[in-house]
Design a protein around this ligand. Structure first.
Ligand SMILES: Nc1nc2c(ncn2[C@@H]2O[C@H](COP(=O)(O)OP(=O)(O)OP(=O)(O)O)[C@@H](O)[C@H]2O)c(=O)[nH]1
Length: 339
């Protein structure tokens, strides 16, 4: 048992990203404590978002087969979960037949960032020690990984994680595309796809030059917080560098994404930021299908951003529109009549 446990700890700490770490923790809990249910909850307000997310969860059937469930926002968290998050205390309930349900807080930098949830037959004292030790190892390792995945100033995902996160997202989409029963609650329309947008603050150098770098940092931090509150928690938000942010949106229509981005531009224009009178953004965006290379989607959105900047800034440009204009100006060989 001890040797197996040590090997599991080695396995958990081999991971280099938070998502695999979460799956690995639940697998280990499942291996050693045979729960009927286990999950990891994340308090998104800790990351400037909204609500509570079940970021990984599993169900074990009577044959001992594990069924993984996809990540979801918890619409109505139980009062025990809320109590665990608010009090930073482990909550435990036992029914008459000895089944136990536990919520164990996950504490990062002295703040509760989530909880481990487990439903199992009565846990003896050595199993309780094992469970607590696994949760503490997870907590320690999560602290290190969070630091390497997130931008220090804004707490957003950093550029280094972009490739991996996008690859994972596209693989998940391809998987759910091929297995319709996994598509989740929302009925997807045939014309929906993912989108990638680059948002760049206009004339940010002027902010730095006028008020200083520290004030510039505060503007960046405020914008990052507004982005996290405005967009869905399932959308991925990266700080790509300086005053440039990348948002990857879950599948939706061109019409919806166009109005969502326009609304955000308006929201930024109308809202107060520290020091500056008014802040505006230029945005370039592009469609992203599971068959695209992330780097080429970035290049397309970047071309659209370039057009937005050159058209006077404070604009939102769709790559598909500049492609259409381009093909009208430079018709392809297919469009040229040969005599
Ligand atoms: N405060 C602060 N400034 C940064 C940071 N990273 C980059 N910058 C500044 O961001 C500014 C970017 O300037 P430019 O690339 O000329 O862009 P801009 O002034 O926004 O002009 P346009 O994008 O063309 O509208 C420079 O002044 C950088 O020093 C940061 O972490 N903090």
């Amino acid at each position: 048992m001890q040797k197996d446990l040590l090997n599991s700890v080695v396995k958990i700490t081999r991971h280099r990203d938070v998502d695999s770490l979460e799956l690995s923790l639940l697998s280990t809990i499942s291996e050693f404590l045979q729960p009927t249910e286990a999950a990891l909850y994340k308090d998104l307000s800790r990351f400037n978002g909204k609500g509570i997310e079940s970021s990984a969860s599993l169900l074990c059937d009577e044959q001992g087969k594990i069924h993984w469930r996809s990540r979801e926002i918890i619409e109505e968290p139980t009062k025990e979960l809320q109590c665990c998050l608010e009090s930073a205390c482990t909550i435990s309930l036992q029914d008459k037949s000895g089944n136990e349900t536990r919520w164990i807080p996950v504490v990062i930098d002295d703040q509760v960032s989530g909880a481990v949830y487990i439903v199992a037959k009565h846990l003896n004292s050595s199993e309780q020690v094992t469970l607590n030790a696994l949760c503490r190892i997870y907590e320690n390792y999560l602290t290190i990984l969070n630091e390497s995945e997130r931008d220090k100033l804004t707490g957003l995902l950093n550029r280094q994680t972009f490739e991996r996160k996008i690859k994972q997202l596209l693989e998940d989409q391809l998987h759910s595309h091929n297995t319709p029963q996994l598509q989740g609650n929302r009925n997807k329309r045939y014309d929906e796809s993912s989108w990638l947008a680059i948002l760049d603050i206009d004339h940010f150098k002027h902010v730095n030059d006028t008020y200083g770098h520290v004030c510039g940092d505060e503007v960046l931090l405020t914008l990052a917080q507004k982005m996290q509150l405005f967009f869905r928690s399932s959308d991925l938000i990266f700080r790509f560098g300086g005053e440039e942010f990348v948002v990857v949106f879950e599948p939706t229509t061109l019409e919806h994404i166009t109005s969502k981005l326009a609304e955000f531009q308006q929201y930024v224009r109308d809202n107060k930021f520290p020091f500056v009178e008014q802040l505006t953004l230029s945005i370039g965006f592009s469609r992203m299908s599971p068959y695209d290379f992330p780097i080429s989607v970035i290049e397309n959105a970047d071309k659209a951003l370039y057009v937005a900047k050159n058209s006077g800034r404070n604009q939102c440009v769709y790559y598909g529109d500049i492609l259409d204009e381009d093909s009208q100006e430079h018709p392809s060989a297919d469009d040229v009549e040969l005599f």
